[in-house]
Design a protein around this ligand. Structure first.
Ligand code: AMP
Length: 398
């Protein structure tokens, strides 16, 4: 594996796997171009070196081959706009004679965007022949699509075998994602606090199991906390509870005790008489919530309790909100934790926020630039948190 920033792309055609899977409206206009922007530093570095760029991506989930709805041609004008002054061509197929010719005639400083990889079933099947055809288009392979790194597809993993070690590498976005995740999971400075929230225990069991091997402290908030509180004999009223996970929760608590990992559950909760933005609210100890009431956020004491742990940490991982942050009455706990993570970061801790709703919350409350890293790869980052080997990473590193 070569390091992207050390590589000189002069005179080379770089085949770059990007994640341009952006949302489009009915008029095929891009409604959020974050993913395209995220790959610009990688593209620009290759062009500045005097190389050319062949971009390949998927868009949506086409079922039966080519279709207007999922064509990457809708993105060309916007890519041109973002790359100001750079010649951006579009190949109406990602393989075949036309794509081969267009790739071969690309000049330094030029960009070619290939049509949707998923117009071929071979892409998701990880077909070797298809991967080999794609590989023949470029001299160097760059994977900058962290969002699909957990898939063993032709363009994200299988393709890497057709390039020698020094001609395959992560792009800048992927490099940052991998480095941040490795910093937390492989080289964490202690104390290492993981903050896990969100709705369900069942979604987070593998993450919690992996964290029990790595973290010194685990803060459990959000709806999932109540299954743990119930497992400990608490009264949780009508709070979210997964009956069939109570045993799992007990097992995880026992394992934490054996391993000396501190588990922090919210001492109190903001409780509501219904799941509604306009509900009547009150405060209660999290282990004695009256019947007919439900915990929808961590309470003020829990905010202080969690903040203290966070502020004494050197490494912080955050996945999942502390309450129903979409409703103003129940967002205080999530904001408070975001503030504590930001303060700890300012004091020198490394903080990584990853996975769906916690990323949305950090963005919503304006903390994006106050934490060390916010991951763009939802599902991929979660699999990393679960301790799985990601095919897209392994293919480059091996
Ligand atoms: P997840 O996708 O598992 O991270 O869960 C995120 C969702 O959990 C958000 O939509 C929150 O509104 C929801 N959530 C957080 N805390 C609670 C709670 N105490 N009760 C019910 N839902 C919650």
């Amino acid at each position: 594996m070569s390091k992207f920033s050390d590589h000189n792309f002069k005179g080379q055609r770089a085949l770059v796997r990007v994640d341009f899977n952006v949302p489009l409206n009915d008029k095929y206009e891009i409604t959020d171009d974050t993913r395209i922007r995220a790959s610009l530093p990688t593209i620009v570095k290759i062009l500045r070196d005097g190389g050319s760029v062949i971009l390949m991506s998927h868009l949506g989930r086409p079922k039966d081959g080519p279709s207007e709805k999922f064509s990457l041609k809708h993105l060309v004008a916007h890519v041109r706009k973002l790359l100001q002054g750079v010649a951006v061509f579009f190949a109406p197929d990602c393989t075949g004679n036309e794509a081969i010719q267009m790739a071969a005639s690309l000049k330094p400083g030029e960009v070619l965007l290939l049509e949707n990889l998923r117009f071929y079933k071979e892409e998701e099947k990880g077909n070797e022949n298809f991967a080999k055809k794609l590989a023949s288009l470029g001299d160097v392979y760059v994977n900058d699509a962290f969002g699909t790194a957990h898939r063993a597809h032709a363009s994200t993993a299988v393709i890497a075998q057709f390039f020698p070690r020094e001609k395959k590498m992560f792009g800048l976005l992927m490099e940052n994602e991998v480095a941040s995740a490795e910093k937390v999971f492989l080289h964490s400075e202690k104390p290492f606090t993981a903050i896990i929230g969100g709705a369900k225990v069942s979604d987070k069991i593998l993450i919690l199991e992996n964290l029990l091997e790595k973290a010194t402290d685990i803060i459990i908030g959000g709806g999932m906390a109540y299954t743990f509180l119930k497992a400990m004999g608490g009264r949780i009223g009508n709070s979210l509870c997964e009956q069939d996970r109570i045993e799992t929760a007990s097992f995880l608590l026992k394992k934490a005790e054996e391993r000396g990992v501190n588990i922090h559950l919210p001492s109190d909760s903001v409780i509501a008489d219904k799941f509604d933005a306009e509900a009547n609210i009150s405060d209660a100890p999290s282990n004695s919530i009256p019947d007919g009431w439900m915990g929808l956020d961590i309470g003020p004491n829990a905010c202080e309790q969690f903040s203290n742990v966070i502020l004494h940490s050197k490494t912080i991982l955050w996945n999942g909100p502390m309450g129903v942050f979409e409703m103003p009455q129940f967002q205080h706990g999530t904001i408070c934790v975001a503030g504590a993570v930001a303060d700890a970061t300012q004091k020198g801790a490394f903080s990584l926020v990853g996975g769906g709703d916690s990323v949305a919350a950090v963005n919503k409350f304006g903390y994006t630039n106050k934490v060390s890293y916010v991951s763009t790869g939802g599902g991929a980052m979660l699999e990393f948190f679960e301790g799985k080997t990601l095919p897209g990473i392994a293919a480059i590193q091996s």
